[in-house]
Design a protein around this ligand. Structure first.
Ligand SMILES: [Zn+2]
Ligand SMILES: [Zn+2]
Ligand SMILES: [Zn+2]
Length: 230
């Protein structure tokens, strides 16, 4: 087995990594994981693929956040530190699991995953989860639904920032100017303090900064999430 995978598994179990939020839509299982850097990452587990929006995943298509879900949270696999063996619970003959050969789950492994996710509350421990952060993330998600998801519209005008008319846009509710989400976020990135509308400079977007990051599937600073108010 790849030494890098073993290193990531060890880190996922030993480091102070936390679960912030979980949900499932169709066959996708979403986990939002707080790393030691103070950023929240988005892990997607599917029968045939796993994804994370962290830098490590970007480079190597695997990361400790995925390991956290599989080994520490749901314990889909057991890792024996002495023999470096990875096993699926209930089937103790598996030395090389399908998952670690092909990076997708076998039927049995997926059944284990699915069953455990259905009972996820049993597996959540206070040492790596707290309801306050969960509730803050829920607020973020609801703000995303209310103010962003359904406000991504077909453009009528050009995006004020890149002057292009392709792709869906979002409107400033005050000056009614249209922006691409990505253009708006790149604009905000350079602003040290409040996130003001590039045209009318109102602070409407400031409170929506974390939901905007969520909409683009970027990593999110935990302080931004904890700041969100009803
Ligand atoms: Zn990751
Ligand atoms: Zn644009
Ligand atoms: Zn505006």
């Amino acid at each position: 087995m790849d030494v890098n995978i073993l290193g990531r598994i060890k880190r996922s179990m030993n480091e102070d990594i936390k679960l912030i939020y979980y949900s499932n839509h169709d066959s996708l299982y979403n986990f939002h994981i707080l790393g030691m850097s103070g950023f929240v990452y988005h892990v997607i587990i599917d029968k045939n693929f796993q994804e994370c929006n962290c830098e490590d995943y970007n480079k190597s298509h695997f990361c400790k956040h995925i390991c956290f879900v599989l080994f520490k949270l749901l314990k889909i696999f057991r890792f024996n530190k002495k023999s470096f063996e990875i096993k699926v619970p209930f089937q103790n003959t598996l030395y090389k699991t399908d998952f670690f050969n092909n990076l997708h789950f076998s039927e049995l492994e997926w059944l284990v995953f699915w069953t455990k996710f259905k009972n996820i509350k049993i597996f959540i421990k206070t040492s790596f989860f707290n309801y306050q952060d969960y509730n803050s993330f829920l607020l973020l998600y609801n703000k995303y639904l209310t103010y962003i998801k359904n406000q991504l519209l077909e453009p009528k005008e050009k995006c004020v920032i890149c002057l292009d008319k392709n792709d869906r846009i979002i409107k400033c509710p005050i000056c009614k100017n249209e922006y691409h989400l990505l253009c708006l976020m790149n604009w905000f990135k350079n602003l040290k303090s409040e996130k003001r509308c590039p045209t009318c400079t109102n602070t409407f977007w400031d409170e929506l900064y974390a939901p905007l990051l969520y909409a683009l599937d970027y990593k999110i600073d935990i302080d931004l999430i904890r700041k969100i108010k009803n």
